[in-house]
Design a protein around this ligand. Structure first.
Ligand code: SOE
Length: 373
């Protein structure tokens, strides 16, 4: 690992800014071999709010223009809204700076392609923030699949349900705008599910999808006006994987009673697994010859990352996925290695999202490889 700390620049200090800054603080405490880092500069537009956030999240300095800093740091974290993913990330890569960008990679497939091309041209480490790969129970599931315990996969079911937009008076935000977000539940939540489908099962080749917007306009934050909602509140899709497997995907932001409910089910010829983010330390496993599922508590020292935390049974939470993600990403940067999930993975996910939108427009099955971008 490097002796000199990696200088980190972070664009964004809201939800994702906090999640990653928390991971930066935890790394030296719990992952002794993690590369040393220096929380150098926090980037945002509102100088006063930025300075308060920099104090809270322990950054040495602030900048109100990303152009001033992307070439100065060793690693640039792009945690801003989707419409600011492309330009700063590409500028950072062109300056030879490693980049971690939050998901989805960009609002459009063509922007995602430009970002992936910039990463290839730069030859530096670039990654996308699919943090759910770093749930130990998901990695345990991946090992079972790789070891053939489930046999040949036949079914994948992934659903991601939230309810924060169920109230028609819930305020409008950039997440409701097609220009800024790209899509709604599809890109924000579906991106995670598609990533896990690819990670656990394989490539999706064809889709039949539908999108729905239930609430067409919402009040602005201060209540003085109303703005149009131009993205989906919910999507669902049937998908075909390379090979035999078939799947169903869905996500909603108006799923009353569900806060952050991401569930994955896989059935193979010899066994099945079931995962719920609401019980993220557990994996339900049906093994060949057993009558029912066993619930495996994935907190043993031999389980992924668990030897860094607490004794068995002392469960971990959502925030730990970001610590694991940053451990892997920063180690790749320090070693000059490629990182997975990469920008190419971001593009592959975006192609599936794009295909679901095309299928909804045309009201027919479409091939993922006919991508529009
Ligand atoms: C949306 O509510 C959101 O914050 C997503 O943007 C995150 O990616 C997801 O992990 C939790 O929900």
């Amino acid at each position: 690992m490097t002796e000199t700390p990696l200088d980190i620049g972070v664009l964004g200090y809201e939800f994702m800014g906090k999640a990653h800054a928390n991971a930066f603080a935890r790394l030296p405490m719990f992952f002794e071999d993690a590369p040393a880092i220096n929380r150098d500069v926090l980037v945002g537009r509102d100088a006063a709010a930025l300075s308060a956030a920099a104090d809270r999240l322990d950054f040495a300095r602030t900048a109100t223009d990303w152009r001033d800093v992307v070439g100065e740091v060793d690693v640039f974290y792009n945690l801003g809204p989707n419409h600011v993913h492309a330009a700063p990330s590409i500028a950072a890569l062109e300056a030879g700076t490693a980049v971690l960008c939050e998901k989805p990679l960009a609002p459009t497939l063509s922007d995602a392609h430009r970002m992936a091309q910039a990463a290839t041209d730069a030859g530096v480490t670039a990654g996308i923030g699919f943090n759910y790969r770093y749930v130990p129970a998901i990695q345990y599931a991946k090992r079972l699949l790789d070891d053939g315990v489930l046999g040949d996969v036949r079914h994948f079911r992934g659903r991601y349900l939230q309810d924060w937009l169920a109230d028609p008076e819930a305020p409008w935000s950039w997440r409701n705008d097609a220009e800024m977000a790209g899509s709604g539940a599809l890109g924000d939540l579906g991106a995670h599910t598609v990533d896990l489908a690819r990670y656990l099962v394989g490539e999706i080749t064809a889709v039949s999808g539908q999108l729905r917007t239930f609430v067409d306009e919402r009040p602005t934050e201060d209540g003085s006006d109303r703005r149009q909602v131009t993205v989906d509140d919910a999507y669902s899709a049937q998908v075909a994987f390379e090979g035999e497997a078939m799947g169903t995907l869905e996500a909603t932001r108006v799923g009353t009673g569900h806060k952050n409910d991401h569930t994955i089910e896989i059935q193979g010829t010899d066994g099945s697994i079931r995962f719920s983010l609401e019980r993220l330390n557990e994996l339900a496993v049906l093994r060949e010859g057993n009558r029912g599922y066993e619930t495996v508590l994935v907190t043993e020292p031999e389980d992924p990352y668990l030897d860094h935390w607490w004794p068995p049974g002392h469960v971990i939470g959502w925030e730990h996925t970001f610590v694991h993600e940053n451990y892997e990403f920063l180690s790749a940067v320090a070693n000059g290695d490629d990182y997975v999930p990469s920008f190419d993975d971001g593009v592959a996910v975006q192609q599936v999202l794009d295909a679901i939108e095309r299928s909804d427009d045309r009201r027919e099955w479409v091939s993922v490889s006919d991508a529009s971008g």
